[in-house]
Design a protein around this ligand. Structure first.
Ligand code: ADP
Length: 767
């Protein structure tokens, strides 16, 4: 997790690592692969391409997810880089290179693979001053020429902690020969308020210059099309346009909330949700944690796990420590005041150059309803700075070996800043893929697994987000539409299985890092790797959210007088500056692969029921009356389940959830939060459909509720239309679920009397 709007932040001192265990085996559930896939020596290995076929979704249809611009990895070339040098005594189990022959892609092949030559040509980057955006020749570069950048950097360096934002503003003012904002606006007209952009400002400015959109760095009295917030939805009050944050996202992706959401999904779909380490919430689940570990150890005495304790709301490795036994949890003070998640530690990660690393992938949540997800084709790999060893009592506290946080490792003497994307302590993910590919690893499968992990994770998060959304932007009230770039932190296991570590609501978009020139004197130095990845993500997010493109689309769709047979302009073919930009680095994965994942959206449908009965706009908690109305309208009470029992269920579950001290928008207010409602719903489903597996129980109850609510709704409609039916005809007698609607997740809305009658008929017969 990243701190909101901060820079490199805390040093290693902030991290306590301690432990008392003795052994190093892996939890059975997270068993790693058998084949060693550790990447070791780089000598003699030629740069490798990825082939031209793109990355196809295994089992996801035939369309390809194209790999990022995979740069030919020059391995072990930079004399100053140490990661090419193997520490003695390690690296015996490298992947046997299946094809070590260099695979060099020609321009035509790159294009056929959907790779941008601009992204793949290191030479082009080398020609430009470090840190300048890799612009296509046609687009006038907004930034100052190289020399001015250098001078400016010097000026900023003297200012020690001079903020990237100030520097960027200064640069924007001083840059000669650039179009004024007004001229740009005449070309595009899209207006962006960047006054709250914080540390993403520099990357945002470069993106806006490339797009020739108009920036308002100090805000604007008139509404803007897009508001770019550095921290949260609530950074300023907005009533129109688009904002780059969803309300409630920060709360939804906190370690504890994420763990709960993943557990709910794992309870429903254990196989689909095995990519998140088994986790327990402290302090409330400490007894459960102790009991489960004891049971697992009893059943498998050779299991010698390691666990990682992470404070909720922590970031940059702050407060994290490793333990070998539940009794090592530090209960004194901090756990009570600062809840935490304790998680199985992945002991056998994939190593590159003997080092542990993780992947930061950027994911755009373009829309919540309908769900639209995009994944950036390239991301970052952040490396540890000490060779990895499986956790032992002796090394358990070594942060530079076990934690991949950039903010920690930058304080290590071994940290390597590199201008190259495939060397140093921070590299592009594509350079890792390239390297894996050159050793015969199935990177197509890896991408497919990553896409699946991302979609499933977002599916787990959307129910809570929808509750926040309707609370902050109630239907019918003026408000902005939202989108958000999320940072997914992923660890690869030895067998290349991706494991989700966490989701960041505010991934760092800094494209500079601080360098200490002399004690206490810092300079902001551009980071080409960050710039390459992050500017593309921001720029292409903006392109996807372009309000004018949307207007053009709407006009095209509505235009009635298009001559038959006339050649239509493709909706995505945009004239102007965009035509000169590289192809989008963001690839849509949802709804593209929706049919493979929609069956997982059960909690989403439960959340739709919850929201329907919330009643008072602006709230996120369901009162007892709302819960009773839900039970009544769905006809869930009967002689075995009286309304008194309904009240008891409500009180029991609500009281427990409210006592957990969850950091929730309305923590202090009484009422049932979504997660408590989900628990109650599961209880009801289990009661009603005893013999089925949990997900079928829940699905059956959802369909029953949706069906009965549709009937109630329809009854109102019919009465409204003067098509009143005899009362008896509306009474549902059976409790069996309606037919399965695997892709639907919204409450049925019936408009036609015929549809309505058919449904009532079905409901009556319980078919
Ligand atoms: P923070 O928000 O403080 O960065 P993270 O959950 O990202 O917390 O954990 C910090 C680092 O600890 C990760 O970058 C990763 O290197 C390591 N880590 C976290 N969870 C695990 C795990 N379950 N197994 C192995 N390493 C982990």
């Amino acid at each position: 997790m990243e701190p909101a709007g901060t820079g490199t932040g805390k040093g290693a001192e902030g991290t306590q690592l301690a432990g008392m265990g003795t052994d190093t085996m892996e939890p059975a559930e997270l068993g790693t692969g058998t084949e060693g896939t550790e990447l070791t020596g780089t000598e003699g290995i030629e740069p490798a391409g990825m082939g031209t076929e793109g990355i196809e979704q295994a089992g996801m249809g035939t369309e390809a997810m194209e790999p990022a611009g995979l740069e030919p990895a020059r391995l072990g070339t930079a004399g100053t880089e140490t990661e090419g040098t193997e520490p003695a005594g390690m690296g015996t189990e490298g992947i046997e290179p299946a094809r070590l022959e260099p695979v060099r892609l020609g321009i035509a092949e790159m294009e056929s693979a959907g790779l941008e030559p601009a992204e793949m040509e290191p030479a082009r980057e080398a020609e430009e001053p470090p840190g300048s955006p890799a612009l296509p020749a046609e687009v006038p570069q907004g930034g100052p020429p190289g020399r001015e950048r250098e001078q400016e950097r010097g000026r900023r360096g003297a200012g020690a902690q001079g903020s990237a934002g100030r520097a960027a503003r200064g640069r924007a003012r001083r840059a000669p020969g650039r179009r004024s904002g007004g001229e740009s606006a005449r070309r595009s007209g899209v207006t962006v308020d960047s006054s709250k952009a914080k540390t993403s400002l520099e990357a945002l400015k470069i993106s806006l210059r490339q797009l020739r959109w108009k920036e308002f760095p100090f805000g604007r009295r008139l509404p803007c099309d897009i508001y770019w917030h550095g921290v949260s939805f609530h950074d300023s009050n907005i009533f129109s346009g688009q904002v780059n944050k969803f309300p409630g996202m920060t709360e939804t992706v906190r370690k504890i909330t994420l763990s709960r959401a993943m557990r709910t999904m794992r309870d429903l779909f254990p196989l689909e949700y095995n990519f998140y380490p088994r986790s327990w919430i402290l302090p409330e689940e400490l007894p459960l944690f102790v009991a489960e570990v004891r049971t697992m150890k009893d059943s498998n005495p050779s299991w010698k796990p390691t666990f990682i304790v992470k404070p909720d709301g922590g970031c940059q490795g702050d407060g994290i420590y490793l333990i070998k036994d539940p009794s090592d949890i530090r209960l004194t003070g901090s756990i009570q005041s600062r809840p935490a998640v304790v998680q199985e530690y992945i002991c056998k990660p994939l190593l590159v150059d003997k080092l542990k690393f993780d992947i930061r992938l950027y994911v755009l949540l373009k829309s919540l309803e309908p769900l639209e997800i995009y994944i950036a084709k390239d991301g970052l790999s952040r490396f540890c700075t000490e060779p990895y060893q499986e956790p032992t009592l002796k090394n358990l506290h070594q942060v530079f070996m076990h934690l991949t946080n950039y903010s920690l490792n930058i304080h290590s003497g071994n940290f390597i800043h590199s201008a190259s994307a495939n060397t140093g302590s921070k590299r592009t993910f594509s350079s890792i893929l390239c390297r894996l590919s050159s050793r015969g690893a199935d990177v197509k499968k890896l991408w497919s697994d990553i896409i699946s992990l991302v979609i499933k994770t977002i599916i787990a998060l959307t129910p809570e987000l929808k509750v926040y959304y309707q609370s902050d932007i109630p239907a019918g009230k003026p408000g902005p539409t939202c989108f958000q770039i999320l940072g997914f932190d992923i660890l690869l296991m030895k067998d290349l299985k991706p494991v989700l570590l966490e989701v960041n609501a505010n991934p760092s978009m800094r494209i500079e890092h601080e360098q200490e020139l002399s004690p206490g004197v810092f300079e902001n130095v551009p980071s080409p790797v960050d710039e390459k990845v992050k500017v593309a993500v921001i720029r292409d997010t903006l392109r996807l959210m372009d309000p004018q493109k949307k207007k053009r689309k709407d006009t095209q769709c509505q235009s009635p007088e298009r001559a038959p047979g006339a050649i239509e302009e493709p909706l995505d073919a945009v004239p102007g500056p965009e035509a000169a930009l590289p192809s989008l680095c963001l690839k849509q994965v949802f709804p593209k692969y929706a049919r493979h994942f929609s069956y997982l959206r059960l909690v989403d449908r439960v959340a739709a029921l919850f929201i329907r009965f919330l009643g008072v706009k602006g709230t996120t908690k369901l009162g007892p009356t709302g819960f009773r109305t839900f039970i009544r309208n769905c006809k869930l009470s009967n002689s075995n389940f009286s309304m008194a029992a309904v009240d008891i269920l409500y009180i029991d579950i609500t009281r427990r959830w409210n006592s957990m001290g969850i950091d929730h928008k309305e923590s202090g207010t009484p009422g049932m939060c979504l997660q408590a409602f989900v628990e109650a719903f599961f209880c009801l489903a289990q009661k009603k459909y005893k013999a089925l597996p949990l997900h079928k129980q829940v699905l059956s109850l959802i369909e029953l509720c949706e069906c009965r609510l549709a009937a109630v709704h329809g009854k109102r409609l019919v009465w409204g239309c003067g098509l009143a039916q005899p009362r008896g005809a509306l009474r549902a007698s059976g409790s069996a679920p309606g037919p399965a609607r695997p892709h639907g997740h919204q409450v049925l809305r019936l408009q036609k009397p015929a549809q309505l009658r058919a449904l009532m008929c079905r409901d009556r017969t319980g078919s």
